[in-house]
Design a protein around this ligand. Sequence first.
Ligand code: ADP
Ligand code: MG
Length: 179
Amino acid sequence: MCNTPNQIQPQTQPRTQTQCRTVTAPDPDTTARLAARLGRALVGGDLILLHGPVGAGKSHFARALIQARLADLGRYEDVPSPTFTLVQIYDLGGVDLWHADLYRLTDPHECLELGLDHAFESAICLIEWPDRLGEYAPKTAVSLHIRPGDQEDTRHLEFCASTERGHDILTALCDGDVT
Ligand SMILES: Nc1ncnc2c1ncn2[C@@H]1O[C@H](COP(=O)(O)OP(=O)(O)O)[C@@H](O)[C@H]1O
Ligand SMILES: [Mg+2]
């Protein structure tokens, strides 16, 4: 499903090499299946930074991930985009999941008022517009860049990680066929 791991030589000195995997999703359902697979690999303290332009599919990805975890618990909930609330928190039975859309954050310090720094330590966090975090963006994150493709419903999803834990998440994501 994923391409061959792509080793990128880091410019600074992170704890381990950056690995990236890319997947092309020809339709929203493929993106949703990918999100569900990623979601099932996540535990408290894991963080996914969702990059991409407006309409790329960041909220679609987050919604599918959250609803897959809820479905595993026999639950269904609406998952609204946190455009105005900034943060939506879901109880996944033993671990919280924070879904944030930081587009409207005007200063990185505001993420402390939201409690995001504590959430990064214990919750599963999905963050849209993570550039708004500035210096508060944890280095342990898995980054997902969603880029529109040639066709209206095509998206290229690139996952990158620079830690052992992040590499494990990429392996879990790519271990199988969802396309
Ligand atoms: N392959 C795809 N993957 C994800 N979303 C897609 C895809 N093709 C079309 N879409 C659509 O693109 C839109 C993305 O909206 P949304 O997730 O709110 O974007 P963002 O949060 O990045 O601004 C949704 O309507 C979704 O159905
Ligand atoms: Mg969104």
